[in-house]
Design a protein around this ligand. Structure first.
Ligand SMILES: Cc1ncc(COP(=O)(O)O)c(C=O)c1O
Length: 470
């Protein structure tokens, strides 16, 4: 018999000793007193959707409006919109609200799938630019200013540029530099800051992109700070963006029954940072430095750099003859330590305000114990080179709604794909729906598949067939 959903939750809550993944409150460890109260019987009495008494997320005039103004001020934005459908909702809102049918958006090839979703909804086209690839860790890094400049020169009619900063692995782009280039060409700068809601509160880190020149910024409060899962915020600067249009777009994409617990948790997360943020982060930064030092002394290679968020810890585990995936499972089963992400070579641990000396100690000791008897050796990072971005034949929207058929993958060159196919690592889509499958892509996919690399998006995991547009 399979488990019930709530039984699975109970099991996970029992088995994990230290979580280094989202949400930011870390399984309640950092939950604000008010958030705890909301999740009790008393809180359940307040879990209602009565817009007259509590204000209306889709057209706020009272408490929610005040809370949004409070958040905007903290991040240095003109306005903000609270979201109950995560950063997916925030990204869809910014793309649909800022661009219109037929417009072109420049975005990194590894943009979150919500960008493609927004393009399909809005009828816009996407011109992709390639972010940096870190060959030593086989991960995707940031988008550089020069890359943006080149993409703009190639696509001068684009309406907006979207970048991810900080990246999943914590690397920052040069926001000021990119904003300057983008605005010189009368385009908008949209920033996916899903992994940066803590930035305004951490001494020494770059501030939020919304205070550094971006026009729109999507922030995953729930991932890194103390909001409930799904609680995100969209920040808006009004110089080049029509806020009313943004608010209307948000309302169009949002349920008419927003969960008030999520809404309130966003305000609580903001209050928590104002009151305790500086104290938490000032205590944590030296502990993180110690953790990094200890891991390096034990022989681990960790991702480093001046332009890296210290709250993201990427550890290369394959040096010890184990894949990141395998290590992930052992760490949970044996030590109760849960990583945010694992891939062929690495484990990524998310540290948040909720962590402390004890949780970081558990992480360090577990990792060191795990490699105790393992010999370190150089890993072969000789990886097949990523194929060129294929030509786009059909707009995302058309591709999404088109009729498709299944054909043998090895004979599909020249056909237009109806599927997105992405290999992990490095996590860059080889093909998006609407793009032409090339011989190079077929060869690459077969090669990485035979190396045991996960290919997602393929309906047929054996790679025998692929869906193409009829
Ligand atoms: C870079 C990036 N953007 C957007 C999202 C979407 O965020 P959410 O899960 O809050 O919808 C994610 C989720 O992992 C992400 O990593």
């Amino acid at each position: 018999m399979t488990e019930k959903t709530y039984e699975a939750m109970e099991r996970y809550g029992r088995d994990v000793r230290a979580a280094f993944h989202t949400p930011g409150h870390k399984m309640g460890l950092g939950a604000h007193e008010r958030l705890r109260r909301l999740l009790t019987e008393e809180g359940l009495r307040q879990e209602v959707n009565v817009t007259d008494a509590l204000d209306d997320l889709n057209s706020p005039t009272g408490a929610i409006k005040d809370a949004e103004e409070f958040a905007a001020k903290l991040y240095g934005a003109d306005r903000s919109l609270f979201m109950v459908n995560g950063t997916t909702g925030a990204i869809q809102t910014m793309v649909l609200g800022a661009l219109k049918d037929g417009d072109l958006l420049i975005a990194p090839r590894n943009a979150h799938r919500s960008v493609f979703g927004a393009a399909a909804l809005a009828g816009i086209d996407i011109a992709y630019m390639s972010p940096e690839i870190n060959e030593d860790f086989q991960i995707i890094e940031e988008v550089r200013t020069e890359t943006v400049r080149k993409a703009i020169e190639e696509h001068p009619t684009a309406k907006a540029v979207l970048i991810i900063s900080p990246t999943y692995y914590g690397r920052f782009s040069d926001i000021e530099g990119i904003a300057k280039v983008v605005h010189e060409h009368n385009m908008l700068l949209l920033v996916d800051e899903a992994h940066g809601p803590h930035l305004p509160f951490v001494p020494g880190l770059p501030k939020s992109a919304i205070s550094r020149g971006a026009d729109l910024v999507a922030s995953s409060t729930h991932k890194i700070l103390g909001a409930l899962t799904q609680g995100s915020i969209l920040f808006v600067n009004e110089d080049r963006v029509d806020f009313k249009k943004m608010a209307q777009t948000a309302a169009m994409l949002t349920t008419t029954s927003p969960n008030q617990l999520i809404v309130a948790s966003l305000e609580i997360a903001m209050e928590q940072m104002v009151k305790y943020g500086k104290e938490y982060f000032t205590k944590l930064l030296p502990l993180i430095a110690d953790l990094q030092k200890g891991l390096k002394k034990a022989g681990f290679e960790i991702l480093e750099g001046e332009d890296l968020d210290p709250f993201k810890l990427t550890v290369r585990i394959s040096d010890f003859g184990v894949s990141g995936k395998k290590a992930d499972k052992i760490l949970i089963d044996k030590y109760g330590v849960a990583a945010e992400l694992s891939n062929l070579h690495n484990l990524l641990f998310l540290i948040t305000y909720a962590d402390n000396e004890e949780t970081l100690g558990i992480l360090k000791n577990s990792l060191i114990d795990f490699i105790k008897d393992k010999e370190k050796h150089g890993v072969n990072m000789d990886f097949p080179k990523l194929p060129k971005i294929p030509p786009s034949k059909i707009l995302p929207r058309k591709a999404f709604f088109a009729d498709f058929k299944e054909v043998p993958f090895k004979e599909s060159a020249g056909q237009v794909s109806a599927e997105e196919i992405t290999s992990y690592p490095p996590g860059i889509p080889l093909i998006h729906p609407g793009e032409v499958i090339t011989k190079e892509i077929i060869k690459y996919a077969k090669e990485v598949h035979s190396l045991g690399i996960k290919l997602v998006g393929f309906g047929d995991h054996t790679l025998e067939t692929v869906r193409v547009i009829r």
